[in-house]
Design a protein. Structure first.
Length: 291
């Protein structure tokens, strides 16, 4: 059964001057923890290097399969060979879902499986012969629910049932049976270095800087930072996915940040790639309304 986390209600202030080897990072977008309450708009006086808006593929839901290994691991496969990922991806396309892998030190993982579905590493705990069934804990975000949906197990054995439930939940406001008291904002940084070195270097710097500043400021109970595998847009690295809002942005190019009172604007417009639930035309229309 799926469980829901409540939307963020945090009081964190802007995290500035994050120390990182990337000199272009002046400010990091952790004021996102106040976006739901205060509906802030962030803008920058520095022009974007590329037209970012409209570069996010249309989707209504995002499924993160929790792994034991981070995407920054040199041994992490450049392209997934996971039968489960492939099967769920094909099914999720029918209802606008994207499926990916994520990692964080504190992220719950499946105890009986430690691989990523890749050939030669199918061995799971308790299955030393390598016959362990591919299975993951998952987190799901959708436009229908402003919260994290927790899935205790996704495997080929229960794939059809999980897919049907996710399809229903992604397209309706069905109330979930269980709730988890989780007030955090979720930031996922692409650190998939074996896919593209820019993601590994820039993404790794951003993820480490975010974790360091969150720990320094005591925001661990309010903000979650996870590593995510390939999301597309290597040239924009580092890519940060912001949930439950569904905004994708590129914080490594920010120089100055200011706020205003416009409701639900794009985050950091010149460096905003798009938002869950919007197609390309809708993303461009939203960013074009910014004064």
């Amino acid at each position: 059964m799926l469980a829901r986390s409540r939307t963020p209600r945090a009081n964190a202030s802007l995290i500035r001057d994050a120390r990182t080897s990337l000199k272009c990072i002046y400010a990091l977008p952790v004021p996102l923890v106040r976006l739901h309450q205060r509906q802030r708009q962030f803008a920058s006086s520095t022009p974007a290097l590329d037209p970012l808006a409209g570069s996010v593929a249309h989707h209504n839901a995002y499924v993160f399969l929790h792994t034991h290994s981070p995407p920054s691991d040199p041994a992490y496969p450049a392209r997934s060979k996971s039968p489960l990922w492939r099967a769920l991806t094909l099914k999720a396309r029918a209802w606008g879902g994207i499926v990916n892998f994520s990692w964080a030190p504190e992220q719950p993982v499946h105890a009986a499986y430690t691989g990523i579905g890749e050939e030669g590493r199918t061995r799971g705990r308790g299955n030393p012969t390598g016959e362990g069934q591919e299975a993951y804990v998952a987190s799901v975000f959708s436009t229908a629910h402003g919260a994290r949906l927790h899935v205790p197990e996704v495997s080929l054995a229960n794939l059809d049932a999980i897919n049907a439930e996710l399809h229903a939940l992604s397209s309706s406001s069905t109330e979930l049976v269980r709730q988890v008291d989780d007030k955090r904002l979720f930031l996922y940084v692409c650190t998939h270095g074996s896919r593209d070195c820019r993601c590994g270097e820039a993404g790794g710097d951003v993820a480490r800087a975010l974790r360091a500043q969150i720990a320094k400021r005591g925001l661990a109970d309010e903000v979650f930072v996870g590593d995510v595998a390939h999301v597309g847009g290597h040239k924009y690295a580092a890519n940060v996915l912001v949930y439950p809002y569904g905004d994708w942005c590129v914080p490594t190019q920010l120089s100055r940040v200011r706020s205003s009172a416009n409701p639900l604007p794009p985050l950091c417009p010149p460096f905003w790639r798009g938002r869950m639930g919007l197609d390309k035309d809708e993303q461009l229309a939203l960013v074009s309304r910014i004064p």
